[in-house]
Ligand binder design. Structure first.
Ligand code: HEM
Length: 394
C-alpha cells in the first residue's frame, strides 16, 4: 500500500541505502523522493551499519515516519539512549558519555544531570543572551556591509552561534577559534576536510579536541567556583540542587555537549535559511514585508525543512510492538528527524517551504520526551535575530 501522494517521482526501496555515504550526496529532490518511498513501506526499512573502526553491529531499523519518531521519543524505557544516541555503531560507553554527556544517558542519571543544568540554563540567562544576540547580529551585518561579497557560512552562520555560545559560557575571546576548531573536529563525522583520513589518527584528534575543551572549562570552573560571574560556567559550578552538584568530569562533558550541540546545529540552520530564502523568493518577500510578524513561523519552518540534526539513535530494551511492527530487545532504531519532518501524512505539501505553515508539529528539536533539545529557546533566538537586523539594515 502506497502512502506517497505522487508529488515525488517513484523510486524503489532496493536502490536506497541510508548507510552509504554517497546517498547523502544525492540532490535534495532525490533524497526527498527516497525518503517518501521509505515512508510508504509497510515496515521500517532495515540497514546494515556503516563501516567503522570496530566489527559491524547488528544493523538498524530506520524510523522514517513522524508517528514512529514521536512514539519512540516519548517511550525512553523501551527506546533508550544510554547505549548511544549520537552514533549508529556502538562506541565504548566512556566515549559516549565524555562527548555526549546526558544525550547518551538514561534516567536516573539523565534526569539528575538535566535537573542540575536546567536550573543554570534559566529563562533569565537566555534573556541576557537574547540581548547579546541582537547586538552581535548587528555587528555581523555591519561587517558584511563593509566587507562586501564573502563566504556566508564563515562570516555569518558560523560566527553568530559561536560568539553567542562563548559569551553565554563566559569563554575568553582569544579562545573562540580553538573552540570552533575543536567542535568541528568532534562533529566531523570523519570528513577528510576536517580530520585525518587515517581512522586511528582521527580518533586521536577527536580525543585531543575533547581534552582541550575539557581543560578550558575545568580552568574556568576552578576560577569561578565561589567567585561566580553572570555566565553559564559560573552557574554550573556553583549550582547546588538539594546537595547535588556537577562533578568536574560531568561539567567537562556537559560543556563539550553544549558547545558542540550549540555551534553546529544553529550554523546549519542559518546556512539553510539563506538557501531557502533564495530558493523560495516569494517566502523571502513575505518575510521582508513584515519581519516581526512571520519571523517566529519562519524559524520553525527553517528548522523543519533543514532538520540540522538528521538523526539520533535509540536501542530497544525489551520486545515491543509499535505502530504495526515488532521490535526485539537489542534492536537499534534510528530516528530520522529529517524524514519525519517531510511526512506527507502530517505536513501538507512538505517539499514547499512555507513560513506561514500552521500548525507545524516538526520534530527538528527532537519530539516530546526527556531528551527534547535543551537549547531550543536559545536556538530560536539565534535564528530570529539576524533576520530582523538584516532587514532593518538594508
Ligand atoms: C537549530 C538548532 C538546534 C537543533 C536543530 C537541535 C536539535 C536537537 C535534537 C534533535 C535533540 C534531541 C536529541 C534526542 O532526542 O536524542 C537535541 C538535544 C539537545 N540539544 Fe539541541 N538543537 C539545536 C540547538 C541547540 C543549542 C543552541 C543548544 C545549547 C546551547 C543545544 C543543546 C542541546 C542539549 C544539551 C541536548 C540534550 C538534551 C538531553 O539529552 O536531555 N541544542 N537538540
Amino acid at each position: 500500500m502506497s502512502r506517497v501522494t505522487a508529488q515525488y517521482p517513484p523510486l524503489s526501496a532496493e536502490h536506497i541505502d541510508l548507510s552509504d555515504t554517497e546517498f547523502w550526496g544525492w540532490p535534495l529532490a532525490d533524497r526527498q523522493a527516497a525518503f517518501a518511498t521509505l515512508r510508504s513501506l509497510d515496515h521500517p526499512p532495515f540497514y546494515a551499519e556503516p563501516e567503522f573502526l570496530f566489527d559491524p553491529g547488528p544493523g538498524y531499523y530506520a524510523l522514517v515516519r513522524h508517528a514512529d519518531v514521536v512514539e519512540a521519543s516519548r517511550n525512553p524505557e523501551v527506546f533508550c539512549s544510554g547505549k548511544g544516541a549520537t552514533s549508529i555503531p556502538d562506541l565504548p560507553v566512556e566515549f559516549n558519555e565524555y562527548f555526549g554527556s546526558m544525550i547518551n544517558m538514561d534516567d536516573p542519571r539523565h534526569a539528575r544531570l538535566r535537573r542540575i543544568v536546567s536550573r543554570a540554563f534559566t529563562p533569565r540567562m537566555i534573556q541576557r543572551v537574547a540581548d547579546d544576540v541582537a547586538r552581535i547580529a548587528a555587528e555581523i551585518v555591519d561587517d558584511l556591509l563593509a566587507k562586501g561579497p564573502c563566504d556566508f557560512v564563515e562570516n555569518v552562520a558560523a560566527r553568530l552561534p559561536l560568539t553567542i555560545i562563548c559569551q553565554l559560557m563566559g569563554i575568553p575571546d582569544d579562545t573562540y577559534s580553538m573552540v570552533l576548531r575543536d567542535t568541528n573536529i568532534i562533529l566531523s563525522g570523519f570528513d577528510p576536510d576536517l580530520i585525518s583520513e587515517d581512522m586511528n589518527e582521527a580518533v586521536g584528534q577527536i580525543l585531543a579536541a575533547g581534552g582541550e575543551l575539557a581543560e578550558l572549562v575545568t580552568a574556568l570552573g576552578n576560577e569561578r567556583a565561589g567567585k561566580p560571574g553572570d555566565d553559564l560556567v559560573s552557574a554550573l559550578v556553583n549550582a547546588n540542587i538539594d546537595g547535588e552538584q556537577l562533578t568536574t568530569a560531568e561539567l567537562a562533558s556537559f560543556f563539550i555537549l553544549l558547545v558542540v550541540a550549540g555551534n553546529e546545529t544553529t550554523r546549519n540552520a542559518l546556512s539553510h535559511s539563506l538557501v531557502l530564502l533564495t530558493d523560495f523568493p516569494e517566502q523571502r518577500q513575505l518575510l521582508l514585508a513584515d519581519i516581526d510578524g512571520p519571523i517566529g513561523g519562519a524559524v520553525e519552518e527553517i528548522v523543519r525543512y533543514a532538520s540540522p540534526v538528521m538523526f539520533m539513535r535509540r536501542t530497544v530494551t525489551r520486545d515491543h510492538h509499535m505502530n504495526g511492527h515488532d521490535y526485539h530487545e537489542g534492536d537499534k532504531a534510528v530516528l530520522f528527524y529529517w524524514s519525519a519532518n517531510q511526512d506527507e501524512t502530517v505536513f501538507t505539501d512538505p517539499a514547499q517551504f512555507d513560513i506561514t505553515r500552521s500548525p507545524n508539529p516538526h520534530v527538528g528539536f527532537g519530539a516530546a520526551g526527556p531528551h527534547f533539545c535543551l537549547g531550543a529557546h536559545l536556538a530560536r533566538r539565534t535564528a530570529c535575530c539576524p533576520a530582523s537586523s538584516t532587514a532593518s539594515s538594508t
